[in-house]
Design a protein. Sequence first.
Length: 375
Amino acid sequence: MDAEHSTPDRTAPEPRRSRSHDPEGRRGAVLAAARRLFAAQGYKGVGIRAIAAEAGVTPGLVMAYFGSKDGLFREVVGGGTGVTEGVLDDPSVGREELPHALAHDYLDRWDRLPAHDPWPALIRSGLSHPPSAELLSTVLDRQVSEPLRRLLGDCDAADARIAMIRSILFGVIMERYLFAHEPATSVPTDTLEPVLTDVLTAALTGRVPEPEAEAAHRPPVREAPGASGPAVFAALNECTARYRTLIGRVVKRHGLSLAAFEVLAALRTVGAPYRRTMGEIAAAGAVSAGGVTQHADRLVEAGLITRERDGQDRRIVHLSLTPAGLDLVGRVSDDRRTHERELLAGLVPGDQRQLAALLGALRRSLTGPETSGGH
C-alpha cells in the first residue's frame, strides 16, 4: 500500500517503474522517446505529455530534467549525426580532395541516416519554429562555416564560397531527403556523387572541373553477384504476393477488399470530379474487366460510388466517387502508405532509391518495343 502511494504515476505499466531508482535510465528513456516522436512529427507536433507517456514517466519529471520542451529538443538534436564536421576537420583530407570527400561522406551519411535521427526533425521544425531555425543556423556555423573559414583563410570571396557550399548541401537535403522531389530522390548515389563533387569543386575553388577529370573521382563500380532471370522473377513474384497479402489486411480493416479499394483509388487519381468509365478503370489495371462490375455493385450499395450510363452510348458506364467514398479512400490511402513505409524499414533510404531505380529500369525493359510482340 505504501509503495502504491509513493508511486508518482499510478497508471504507468509495471515494467516502467523498474527505472524509478535509475535517474540516468529514465533520462535516457525520455531522450529516446523524444527522438522518436520529434523525428516522426516535428517540433510542433509533439507535446511534453506525449513524450512523457512514451517514456513511461510523468510530465513533471521531463520538465525537471530538461526545463522545457525547447531544452529537450536542443538536447535531442545535439546528439544527431551532424552534417560535415568530420570531413572538414580531417587533416588527412587536402583541399584538392575535399570536394570529393565531402560529397561522398555527405551522401553516404544521409543515405544511411537512421529512421529516428533528429536532424530531419530539426530542419523541418526550423521552417516554422524560430528557435529551431536559430539552433540549426548555430550548428551549421559550427560544423560547416567555421571549418571552411579556417580552410579558406583570406581567400577572395570566402564568405560567398561558404554561403554557396552551405546552400548546395542544404539544398540536397531538402530536395533528396526531406521532400523527396524528383529527380533528386531517384538519382542513384553513384551517379549523383561525381556531379555533386564537381559543383562543390567550383564553389570551393572557382574552378570548373575538366570533363576528363570526372573519372578520377568517380567511385569504382562494384559488381553484385549475378542472378538468373528465373530467380529474379521468382523473387519479384514472392514479394508481390506477400505485399498484397499484408496490404490487403490493412485495407480490410476499413471494410474493403484490396480490389475494391483499387477501384476507388483509380477514381481518385484522376482528380475532381473523380469520374471514369468502367472500361478505363479496367484498362488502368486496377482490376479485371469482369471484376469491375462485381466490385462496382458492392461499392454503389455501400454509397461509396455512383453509376450512370453514358448519354450518347448506353453501353458505356461511368463510375464516380461520392463524398463518403472520397473520404474513405483518403483514409485508407494514408493507412496504406504508413504500412508501406514500415515494410520498407529494413532498407536504408539509399537502398530504397537504388531499388526504385532498378525496378524502373526493369519496367521500361518489360514495356519496350522489343517485348511487346512487334517486329
